[in-house]
Design a protein around this ligand. Structure first.
Ligand code: ZN
Length: 255
């Protein structure tokens, strides 16, 4: 057999070890990265809301100016009609002008009503914008704090993370592709665990019992054996594996 299974399994075991350390570092940062993203989203959302409200305010302003213009015109018209009333000579003329006056007054009233509604809406929106502004400021200051925390946590762990990432890359290129692919697929599905040692006769990932015959095969390391229950690559107990020598000579020291 061309593939040295023992060697593959030892490298997979090391890779799992590195991945577990990387995951611990991730956990140390806790919910902070998530929280920072959430706060950013919230600020974006509020800024969009404010923008929409401001657009509506601009529209209201336009509408109000147009109403004002029409009201001015109607006022002038009414003045003119009233003057004309003094100079009418017939009832028909009088009726015609009073009808015009009524129409103009009706139009003025409806413009007034619309104007009042617009002003009310304008006041409400102005309040909403100022409210949103206050809340956005609060979120911004929280975001600032959280970013600061995250930054210092990242600084603390950066070196170790880089070192582990480097080890990870070195190991990953040396593991046979199908084995690595299986490991990665299971690791992603099982929140970080793609390979597990047998632990007191059970799979170290899902604790399903591994029959003694199977355990013996796993310890021989002649075949890749998967947990029938959760799919992880099963590794013998740590003492059966050489976890150090090749890492020292082959991985960390290779660059
Ligand atoms: Zn399992």
């Amino acid at each position: 057999m061309a593939v040295n299974v023992r060697r593959e399994l030892e490298m997979v075991a090391r890779l799992q070890h590195v991945d577990s350390q990387l995951k611990d570092l991730e956990l140390e940062k806790g919910d902070l990265p998530n929280l920072v993203n959430k706060l950013n989203d919230e600020i974006d959302k509020r800024e969009t809301e404010v923008k929409e409200l401001e657009d509506r305010l601009a529209e209201i302003g336009k509408q109000k100016r147009s109403n004002d213009g029409q009201i001015q015109l109607l006022r002038m018209k009414l003045e003119k009609y009233k003057e004309q009333l003094y100079t009418v000579t017939t009832n028909r003329e009088y009726d015609a002008i009073t009808a015009e006056i009524d129409t103009a007054r009706g139009q003025m009233e409806s413009l007034d009503t619309s104007q009042k509604a617009l002003i009310e809406e304008e006041n409400l929106i102005t309040l909403q914008i100022s409210d949103l502004g206050d809340r956005t400021d609060e979120v911004r200051s929280e975001l600032g704090e959280r970013k600061g925390e995250l930054g210092s946590k990242q600084e603390e762990t950066e070196d170790e993370e880089n070192r582990l990432m480097h080890d990870r890359e070195k190991l990953a290129v040396r593991i046979k592709k199908p084995i690595l692919a299986h490991y990665e697929r299971i690791r992603q599905a099982r929140s970080g665990i793609g390979a597990a040692h047998i632990d007191r006769g059970a799979c170290g990932a899902c604790y399903a019992v591994v029959p003694p015959q199977r355990q013996a095969e796993i310890r021989k390391m002649e075949d890749i054996i998967l947990c029938e229950s959760c799919g992880v690559l099963l590794l013998p107990e740590a003492e059966h594996l050489d976890m150090e020598s090749e890492l020292a000579t082959g991985v960390s020291g290779e660059s």
